[in-house]
Write a protein that binds this ligand. Structure first.
Ligand SMILES: [Zn+2]
Length: 197
């Protein structure tokens, strides 16, 4: 469990250093067994995150540590873990590119032709068309989680409109690669739109 905590803290600080998790926004978790995950506590500055800022939460989204409050979006993390046993980590960022692109798009973004598509597990070539799903934001996190699970995204992540990115992987390392791939692609897509393409 300690190794997973160290890996998660390292990744969250890396993400915060890139400006993808400002103002205590975003939340991050790693599965520790079939019933539990470690998740960031509510309201913590991610740039200075330590292992003491993580807590154990069960996969119903409830705190296993009296007095500690998990992120307000814990229910979305735990719904993903329950829906797919292969998910080992969930990373949720609040980047500018994800926020702007999601507000300027419909329910889906279809992309093709980017080498970076291969950073997302399951994609072997730039030549395929792949879809990013966008869900409308909702302060009722269990309701948002139900929508996501019903329409389960094809790619290892999705956008929440005006809010940010959720990405996952079988491990923290894979989830981190997915965040980097998504963020790169969002930056490209936004710059292409500015160019009128
Ligand atoms: Zn959020």
């Amino acid at each position: 469990m300690n190794e997973k905590a160290i890996e998660l803290v390292d990744t969250v600080r890396y993400i915060a250093d890139r400006g993808w998790s400002p103002a205590t926004g975003g939340n991050y978790s790693v599965r520790i067994d079939e019933q539990h995950c470690l998740i960031t506590q509510s309201g913590i500055d991610k740039a200075s995150l330590t292992e003491d800022d993580l807590m154990v939460c069960n996969l119903d989204g409830q705190s296993e540590q009296p007095g500690l409050i998990p992120s307000a979006e814990a229910a979305l993390h735990t719904a993903l873990y329950r829906a797919d046993h292969g998910i080992g980590a969930v990373l949720h960022t609040h980047s500018v590119n994800a926020t702007v692109l999601s507000r300027a798009s419909g329910k889906r973004i279809v992309i093709t032709g980017y080498e970076m598509q291969k950073a997302l597990s399951g994609n072997k070539t730039h030549a395929e068309s792949i879809e990013f799903y966008i869900f409308d934001n909702n302060q009722d996190i269990p309701a948002l989680a139900n929508r996501v699970i019903e329409e389960f995204p094809q790619q290892p992540g999705f956008l929440v409109r005006g809010h940010g990115l959720y990405a996952w992987g079988s491990s923290v390392a894979e989830a981190r690669r997915h965040v980097e791939g998504f963020e790169f692609l969002f930056a490209c897509l936004w710059q292409e739109r500015l160019l009128g393409r």
